[in-house]
Design a protein around this ligand. Structure first.
Ligand code: S3P
Length: 633
């Protein structure tokens, strides 16, 4: 799977893009509510930001180009927005007011007001300057060296952003290094910045240059699925394209120390940030002690770490994590309350908690406390609970999963490929799906799976109602395996091999002639494909299954060529057959397909026909991919 873009990096791409010179292009931007709040803030300050779907384009106005906002800037639920933007606004020559929702207006702001005040900023807030709304009278700033009492990327970043406008050098030092996305992106945009093992120094006055930013998947969002895969027996999960900045991979170190099977594969660097794929296998976990430098490196993952700990063997002790009390909600209190409701023994401490592992969760009703990470963590607990875990108030999940958690609904196009046998449909469909990162919905395998289940059930092919009952119970899913192949699952069982025996092949042709079966399969194909992001191939996909498919192809080739391909395929398998015979088979199959009663083979009027007779697979693929990409755009 892939997870949505990194929230922290998405925020910073808008901020730096807005004050850079030139047009910044952002790919993989997270359109969560927090990031949209940041985007809105910069629009209010005169920045043109265009959302073009695949990319966000920011017409940067240079270091001193922001305009005084004519209204209060609403940061919603986003601590990162209000704190980082405050730092940036401290150095502007105008007045601005920042506020947020009821949760944000309860979170501490003194942590940024104090250091910014020392730089010469004039900022006012409720409760002696600790609570938003904040009123900022921007002006000249001087560089400082600030030893922060807490490891907080929001504090550090606010000061560094103010430092861009300050005279001289601005240095921030933290107890342990918090996420350094600001430092990395500032360097990437050409700022005069130097990183240190536990902080950074920036020199003010230098203009930034627009860049292209590719936002990696958010490891904090991946964390829920990682823990789910560890806890649900028999799981293997590959999460692609996840940001693995060392300041963020505490979750991997913690879960590995608990005995979790986690691997980072294919490490690479994109836009100044390390990225990798994460491979996870379900594991038996054991309790550990977590504290010190691991805390800032996993600061957002504690709610889901609590869930993992609650199902581990032994006790887990979390300490040095007082910061959790001032997140979107008090995450120590929230998780303690929620875990108790599902039967876990938890003791709260001032700066953490003790969780006694159990081997089962009972169901229960719990609260999100308006916090996306609490909501998601409790849903993960629900996956492995004896009874349902009901989470109240889950709208907040949109903060990190704007399209819903899990697979994006209707994330991509529906692509239909039809054509006669031997036209290369299944090879092409599979490769095209790979290129587009879509799912190849192998309809042939679906028929085979149903056949396997019918065969195993022993019901007679003539007993329509028994047959329908068996078919209706089949729950098919596909998963891409690491080697690029596909696995087919029936009710959770991997049947990839079982459906390929010659016995099942023969039974499949018999069963697929039965109308009840075809009808049920039709419904199933529609159900599995309607989410989009799929390539389907067959004989009636564009005409019957998905007459509204976004892109339809009809692959053809001369009977001789198709017979030849079939001949080569079969001789490779050492089957005794002649070229004449395979050509004859193809011709016969064409006649059957065109004349069959249900859904005869015909090209949909709006299908693009590609004659593959004298084309290589690569050539066919490239032209198809071009057509699809054009349609996407
Ligand atoms: C963030 C920093 C962290 C983190 C938050 C995002 C950032 O907050 O919890 O979700 O983007 O800088 P703190 O700096 O308050 O620890």
């Amino acid at each position: 799977m892939k997870v949505p873009g990194d929230k922290s990096i998405s925020h910073r791409s808008i901020m730096l893009g807005s004050i850079a010179r030139g047009t910044t292009v952002v790919r993989g931007f997270l359109r969560g509510e927090d990031n949209i709040a940041t985007l809105g803030a910069f629009r209010t300050m005169g920045v043109t930001i265009r959302d073009e779907g695949e990319v966000i384009l920011i017409d940067g106005r240079g270091l001193h180009g922001l305009e005084e906002p004519s209204d209060v800037i609403d940061c919603g639920n986003s601590g990162t927005s209000i704190r980082l933007i405050s730092g940036l606004l401290a150095g502007q020559k105008f007045f601005s007011v920042l506020t947020g929702d009821q949760y944000l207006r309860r979170r501490p702001m003194k942590r940024i007001l104090d250091p910014l005040g020392r730089m010469g900023a004039e900022i006012y807030g409720r409760m002696g300057g600790n609570l938003a709304p904040l009123a900022i009278v921007g002006g000249a700033l001087n560089g400082i060296t600030y030893e922060s009492p807490i490891s907080s990327a929001q504090v550090k970043s606010a000061i560094l952003l103010a430092g861009l406008y300050a005279s001289g050098e601005t240095t921030v030092i933290e107890p342990h290094l918090s996420r350094d996305h600001s430092e990395r992106m500032l360097r990437y945009f050409g700022a005069d910045i130097e990183a240190m093992p536990n902080g950074a120094t920036v020199r003010g006055g230098r203009e930034l240059q627009a860049r292209e930013v590719c936002v990696p998947g958010d490891i904090s969002s991946a964390a829920f699925f990682i823990v789910a895969a560890l806890l649900v027996p028999g799981s293997e999960l590959l999460v692609r394209n996840v940001g693995v900045n060392r300041a963020r991979t505490g979750i991997i170190d913690i879960l590995s120390a608990m005995g979790g099977s986690l691997e980072m594969v294919d490490r690479r660097e994109i836009s100044g940030e390390p990225v990798a794929d994460l491979l996870v296998r379900s594991s038996r976990l054991k309790g550990i002690e977590i504290g010190g430098e691991l805390v800032p490196r996993a600061i957002d993952e504690f709610p889901v770490i609590c869930v993992a700990a609650a199902l581990a063997e032994g006790t887990t002790i979390i300490r040095d994590a007082r910061e959790l009390r001032v997140k979107e909600t008090d995450r120590i209190a929230a998780m303690a309350a929620n875990l108790r409701k599902i039967g876990v023994l938890v003791t709260e401490t001032v700066d953490g908690m003790e969780i006694r592992g159990t081997d089962r969760f009972k169901g229960g009703e719990v609260d999100s406390f308006g916090d996306h990470r609490i909501a998601m963590s409790m849903l993960v607990a629900g996956l492995v609970a004896d009874d349902a875990v009901t989470v109240n108030d889950v709208d907040c999940i949109a903060t990190s999963f704007p399209n819903g958690a899990g697979n994006d609904p209707r994330k991509g196009l529906i692509i239909a490929i039809d054509g006669p046998s031997g036209a290369g449909k299944s090879t092409i469909a599979r490769l095209l799906a790979d290129r587009l990162d879509y799912l190849y919905l192998d309809t042939g395998a679906m028929f085979r799976t149903v056949a396997l289940m019918v065969k195993r059930s022993g019901v007679s092919i003539d007993d329509e109602s028994a047959l329908a009952e068996v078919c209706n119970r089949v729950n098919i899913s596909f998963a891409r395996s690491r080697d690029g192949g596909y696995s087919v699952f029936s009710n959770g069982e991997d049947v990839s091999h079982a459906i390929r025996t010659s016995e099942i092949s023969m039974f499949t042709s018999r069963i697929s002639a039965v109308k009840t079966v075809r009808d049920i399969l039709l419904r199933l194909q529609r159900k599995m494909g309607s989410a989009g992001g799929v390539v389907l191939e067959g004989r009636d996909i564009g005409t019957v299954v998905f007459p509204d498919a976004d892109v339809k192809f009809f692959l053809s080739a001369s009977a001789e060529e198709r017979g030849k391909r079939r001949f080569l395929e079969l001789s490779a398998k050492n089957e005794e057959i002649t070229l004449q015979q395979t050509i004859a088979q193809v011709v016969q199959r064409d006649a059957q397909d065109e004349q069959r009663e249900h859904a005869p083979l015909r090209k949909a009027d709006d299908a693009v026909e590609i004659d593959t007779t004298s084309l290589s697979i690569g050539e066919v693929l490239t032209s198809m991919e071009g057509i699809v990409r054009e349609r996407m755009a």
